[in-house]
Design a protein around this ligand. Structure first.
Ligand code: 2M8
Length: 451
């Protein structure tokens, strides 16, 4: 494991980093999409494609649109955008759980391609908007115009089918939908899912053949993941009646912040293409209000997921709690509280960061520096938090985070995640969104460093 420098060198180093990122994206490109990793994740993933499109827009704008378009080609009739689109050319067993376990073909409204039945945080409208802004022009405008109805349908699915309490927020039905699969945030709701680690003897996990098992979710986690998939699959992935008995039902702050931000962005896209931005603005305001009302805990000054099975906020303080910063209309007192949380010893965001942003409270007893979403640092979450800091007038903190993220890749390469103390590279060594978001960070003017 190599330690990452906290500061990057001169322009030559940055040019080299940029080349590394472009080469990683090129290597992972697969005819109409980018795989997150050739070894660990050889199919198309939903929010990975959105982050990847943001980076591709800087260097291969035409591919950025193909990336998003290919994903939305697999959109279900009800509007859901599946979290995995399987590549039929990959050998059986190239990823677990593969298409045979999801059996999407027998579900109503599924597309021609094999997919999962779950969703991931809806960051795609943001990706489309940023791709257009990076390369405006007739081709981009046309692509945006074509994607707009699909992006609206994605939001409508979430609003109509996944608002299980009528409170205006989306409920996720599997930890995989959060994108932060084994976050400590899910420990309490997962503990209530009946499953035995021993069931995994019947399967062959693919991830642990390519990554250190000690850095991945456990067999008991996987047994529970499969039990939740089975429960959803048995109802044909229908969302009707989910509130009665589905084993995992949670309102997640990151997912819902992305859901709200998507409406803000759709308002801008609508205005550009001659559609009505009004309904999007109204939805955005409603979602921000609901995020504040349902997920903000004044006692801790941060946001937490709400477990719908107990109707309680989950006490673990993970980086998910910082995500509502991306909402441009978050009330000032909640923004201020989140900035305090971000700067605290838990997360260490600073003008000059001593260590990378962790995925979990580094002062918590269950902080695990090596295990996936239970401590390590990830570029996509840091990138979102940085956007939030910029949106709310904290350019110095945003600059510190940017520098820290660039330093991680400079020290270790385009890894999937990084050791939250040393910055050493973990997981896949050639990871799509790390490369893509690095390109985006490098392209931006650094914020003024006021020391
Ligand atoms: C991870 O999740 C997949 C399941 O969806 C896995 O562990 O096999 C997560 O990091 C998720 O956020 C990401 O989208 C996916 C592909 O990079 O990998």
């Amino acid at each position: 494991m190599t330690a990452a420098p906290t500061r990057t060198g001169g322009p030559a180093d940055l040019a080299g980093l940029r080349r590394l990122a472009v080469a990683t994206l090129d290597t992972n490109w697969e005819y109409d999409h980018t795989v997150p990793s050739r070894t660990l994740y050889p199919h198309q993933w939903s929010w990975d494609s959105a982050f990847i499109a943001i980076g591709l827009a800087h260097v291969r704008p035409e591919r950025a649109w193909r990336e998003l378009t290919s994903l939305f080609r697999a959109q279900w009739a009800d509007g859901r955008v599946p979290h995995i689109v399987f590549n039929p050319a990959m050998r059986v067993g190239a990823y677990f759980p593969g298409p045979e376990l999801w059996a999407s073909a027998s579900a109503e409204g599924a597309p021609a391609a094999d997919t999962s039945g779950l969703v991931q945080p809806p960051v795609h409208a943001l990706a489309a908007w940023l791709a257009y802004r990076r390369a405006p022009g007739p081709a981009g405008l046309e692509a945006l115009r074509r994607l707009y109805p699909a992006l609206v349908a994605q939001q409508r699915y979430l609003a109509d089918r996944r608002d299980l309490t009528g409170n205006g927020l989306v409920c996720i039905v599997h930890p995989w939908e959060s994108g932060l699969d084994n976050s400590p945030a899910w420990d309490a709701p997962m503990a209530a899912v009946p499953a035995e680690a021993a069931v995994m003897r019947a399967y062959r996990r693919h991830d642990t053949a390519h990554a250190d098992a000690a850095h991945r979710p456990t067999d008991l986690d996987y047994a529970r993941y499969l039990a939740i998939v089975a429960s959803y699959r048995e109802r044909g992935y229908s969302d009707r009646g989910l509130a009665d008995g589905h084993p995992f039902l949670v309102e997640c702050p990151l997912f819902n912040a992305a859901f709200g931000l998507a409406e803000h962005v759709l308002a801008r896209i609508a205005a550009l293409i001659g559609a009505d931005p009004g309904p999007h603005r109204a939805s955005a305001a409603r979602i921000t209000e609901a995020v504040g009302r349902r997920l903000y805990d004044p006692a801790t000054g941060t946001f937490s997921p709400r477990d719908l099975r107990t109707d309680r906020l989950i006490p673990a303080r993970t980086v998910l709690g910082l995500a509502p910063l991306i909402l441009p209309d978050l009330p000032t007192r909640q923004v201020d509280a989140l900035v305090v949380e971000a700067r605290s010893a838990r997360f260490g965001v600073a003008r000059r960061m001593e260590r990378p942003l962790p995925s979990h409270d580094r002062t918590a007893p269950d902080f695990e520096p090596l295990r996936y979403w239970r401590g390590p640092s990830w570029l996509n979450v840091g990138w979102l938090v940085r956007r939030g800091l910029l949106a709310h007038g904290h350019p110095e903190l945003a600059a510190g985070l940017r520098q820290s993220m660039i330093g991680l890749v400079a020290g270790a390469g385009c890894h999937e995640y990084f050791h939250p103390d040393t910055g050493g590279g973990l997981g896949s060594p050639a990871f799509g969104w790390t490369a893509a978001l690095l390109l985006d960070l490098l392209a931006e003017e650094p914020e003024p460093d006021r020391g």
